[in-house]
Design a protein around this ligand. Structure first.
Ligand code: FES
Ligand SMILES: [Fe+2]
Length: 364
């Protein structure tokens, strides 16, 4: 496979080449090297597990990796997270969500304790060397930003560091009071490689060219990008008169007119905080030419929904779709190979391309 390299110095670096987005081999390798070792966001725990002993079966990167697991709210243990695959012959343990006091496989009756330890198996008393450690349920990592749940299957990301970077700026917000609003939530199918959708999100460079309304709400000159390990933050400042955060004293941006905090978490998640609440975007690969993008809104202050940078989410998304699908087509050309980065406006894309190239080298 081609050796992808993105120079550390943005002034010298070239973007990931078109061949990166065109290759089936790269697409598959990213699944293994990037998604398998990532954390993924699954929603607010209050919505996922509404009562004690509630079980919710989920898929890790639905439509792509599809690793089955379940989360459960246990009276003693609190939140637990286990593989949803029976350790006997691989049946799914839970098919539906709901209250379940016990963990049992419906195929041949294997059961586990609520902490995942093997408990009972009919007709197995003559089996030698049983149970083995792999007969217990495999547990998976969880992390939380307020009530928002993240799960990792084989993570190699320091998620606590990422979340603490986020908390530096949005920690003052009462995330527990944010309520999921289905009317403000939808899925978009976009004809592009998943990484292209992220590339576009990671720079505000295109805002004046692509997003007329958003550009009117934001002060393009002061738009900033900050990078951190496995993530980045873009800050949109208000151009005046628009909704801004009421920042507490001692806040790093105290006195500034912040209209939006756009957090990106490697490899495919966006957490956009607006004065009205939070819009989460998850970019899910379907194929190298097709991507599903989930928009999920959590509203805190409804009265602010119709003003400022967070007021035109659907329109902005459609505008982004248009340019990203244009890039997808352009990258099929045999004359375009690679581009360069703007050192002042494309730090986020450079940071992402570096991380992807690093994963493809096999280094962790
Ligand atoms: S597959 Fe679960 S008990 Fe047999
Ligand atoms: Fe955009």
């Amino acid at each position: 496979m081609e050796n992808f390299h993105v120079d550390e110095d943005i002034k010298k670096a070239e973007t990931l080449p078109a061949t990166f987005y065109r290759s089936d081999e790269v697409f598959e390798l990213l699944k293994e090297r990037v998604f398998k070792s990532s954390y993924q966001w699954f929603g607010s725990l209050d919505d996922l597990l509404p009562q004690e002993s509630y079980v919710k079966p989920l898929l890790f990167v639905e439509g792509h990796l599809e690793e089955p697991f379940f989360i459960r709210k246990d009276a003693k243990l609190g939140l637990t997270c286990f593989s949803n695959v029976c350790t006997h012959r691989g049946n799914l343990i839970f098919h539906h969500e709901g209250v379940s006091k016990r963990i049992a496989c419906g195929y041949h009756g294997r059961t586990w304790k609520t902490d995942g330890e093997f408990k009972l198996m009919p007709e197995f008393k003559d089996v030698e060397g049983f149970p083995r450690s792999c007969d217990h349920l495999k547990s998976f990592q969880t992390a939380q930003l307020g009530p928002q749940l993240f799960v990792g299957i084989e993570p190699n990301i320091d998620i606590e560091n990422v979340l603490s970077k986020m908390n530096e700026r949005i920690g003052f917000l009462p995330l527990n009071e944010f309520k999921f609003d289905p009317s403000q939530s939808k899925d978009y199918l976009v004809n592009c490689h998943w990484a292209l959708y992220c590339d576009n999100y990671l720079e505000g460079f295109h805002i004046p060219f692509v997003h007329e309304d958003l550009n009117a709400a934001l002060d393009y000159g002061s738009y900033t990008t900050e990078l951190f390990e496995k993530g980045s933050l873009q800050i949109g400042y208000s151009s005046g008169g628009e909704e801004v955060f009421d920042l507490p004293s001692g806040h790093p941006d105290e006195g500034k007119a912040v209209a939006a905090y756009y957090y990106w978490l490697f490899p495919n998640m966006m957490f956009n905080f607006y004065p009205w609440g939070l819009s989460v975007n998850v970019v899910r690969p379907i194929s190298k030419n097709k991507t599903r993008v989930l928009f999920r809104s959590y509203v805190w202050d409804e009265s602010k929904l119709s003003a400022g940078a967070g007021a035109v989410l659907d329109k902005v998304e459609r505008e982004d779709e248009f340019v990203v699908e244009g890039v997808q087509k352009g990258l099929q050309s045999h004359t375009y190979k690679t581009g360069r980065f703007s050192p002042t406006r494309e730090q986020g894309v450079h940071h992402f391309h570096r991380a992807l190239a690093y994963c493809l080298k096999g280094s962790r």
